[in-house]
Design a protein around this ligand. Structure first.
Ligand SMILES: Nc1ncnc2c1ncn2[C@@H]1O[C@H](COP(=O)(O)OP(=O)(O)OP(=O)(O)O)[C@@H](O)[C@H]1O
Length: 311
């Protein structure tokens, strides 16, 4: 069964299309990754799925039902973990979860039981009476998750849930995503950290400028770039050379610089490493290390867009 279907979805702010004829299908049981750089349109897409923003055009179906005609059905079956924390500092952890679960329609003993279950799930049972202002960033993120899952939605959308938290909390959150999935939830996970998406997602859509530019399992996505090699060169310090000089080297498709690192995308069939290194030295660079990288999702993104995910 399709848990989510998005058809030709568009959102315009004035003349600017933040989401541009985007189509997606997420099937039951998937951990679906939505990967894209800042500003790609991930949050705008999620806000439309959550009925917080009205699409300019297009259709969204949750569990096969059009959300514009079945609002309460969509709300019951959807849990959103927003990028910006949606918790109240002046309510205890328990009161926060109970408040949000109440908004989804839970009442009485069911509300109490599911609030406790959600706090237990994110490992905050012993902090139920504590106020979020005493929590670390990671604990707040976990509370944010508890608020979104207490009503046991079929589809959970997490919008960059690991931004700005310590590695331990990050691992806890990733483990929770897997556990929720094992418990039968379908998950959409947005991120601009490709390592996370590679680690947990069963299928991935790469977004850029409001569109899906590639979609598939990580193996399928990587298989699309067998004709490209991705070279990483570490310099002592980058001496900015003449950009036209790169264009004269056969096979070079794009060059991205990040502080003292260069990432060069080149046709795999062209033997040009010597020319690349010679050019760098002629420009006065001191080369520290050269490495040909195994293709990963970052390579796929770089090949398709000529930019890194952090640009
Ligand atoms: N209310 C708005 N009015 C005008 N432009 C907007 C509005 N909301 C978003 N945008 C623009 O739409 C584009 C997509 O933004 P969006 O927040 O969806 O990206 P994102 O992929 O979620 O990025 P991030 O990872 O930074 O959240 C951006 O260029 C943003 O500036």
């Amino acid at each position: 069964m399709n848990v989510l279907q998005v058809k030709e979805l568009t959102k315009k702010f004035g003349d600017f299309a933040a989401v541009d004829k985007l189509s997606l299908t997420v099937r039951e049981g998937e951990i679906f990754g939505l990967l894209g750089s800042n500003g790609a349109g991930k949050s705008t897409t999620i806000h439309m799925i959550a009925s917080l923003l009205l699409p300019t055009k297009g259709e969204i179906r949750i569990l096969e039902k059009d959300i514009s005609k079945n609002r309460s059905f969509a709300k019951r079956n959807l849990g959103i973990v927003p990028q910006d924390l949606a918790i109240y500092e002046d309510m205890s952890a328990y009161e926060n979860v109970s408040f949000f679960a109440g908004l989804y329609g839970l009442r009485g003993s069911e509300l109490r039981a599911k609030t406790e279950e959600a706090l237990e799930f994110v490992g905050l049972s012993d902090k139920a009476k504590h106020y979020p202002k005493t929590f670390s960033g990671g604990m707040k993120r976990r509370l944010n998750i508890a608020c979104a899952i207490a009503h046991k939605p079929k589809l959970i959308i997490m919008d960059e849930p690991t931004v700005g938290i310590d590695p331990q909390s990050r691992n806890y959150i990733l483990a929770s995503v897997r556990k929720l999935n094992e418990m039968g939830c379908t998950i959409i996970y947005t991120s601009h950290y490709m390592e996370e998406v590679e680690e947990i997602c069963t299928r991935i859509a790469i977004m850029d400028h409001g569109k899906v530019i590639a979609e598939g399992t990580k193996e399928q996505l990587k298989a699309t770039i067998t004709d490209v090699k991705d070279i990483r060169i570490e310099l002592r310090a980058l001496v900015q050379g003449e950009s036209r000089a790169w264009k004269a080297i056969p096979g070079v498709r794009s060059v991205v610089t990040e502080e003292n690192l260069l990432r060069i995308q080149s046709d795999a069939s062209v033997d040009n490493l010597n020319r690349i290194l010679r050019l760098l030295m002629e420009e006065g660079n001191e080369i520290r290390a050269v490495e040909e990288l195994e293709p990963n999702l970052e390579t796929v993104f770089l090949t398709l867009t000529g930019r890194t995910l952090r640009d």
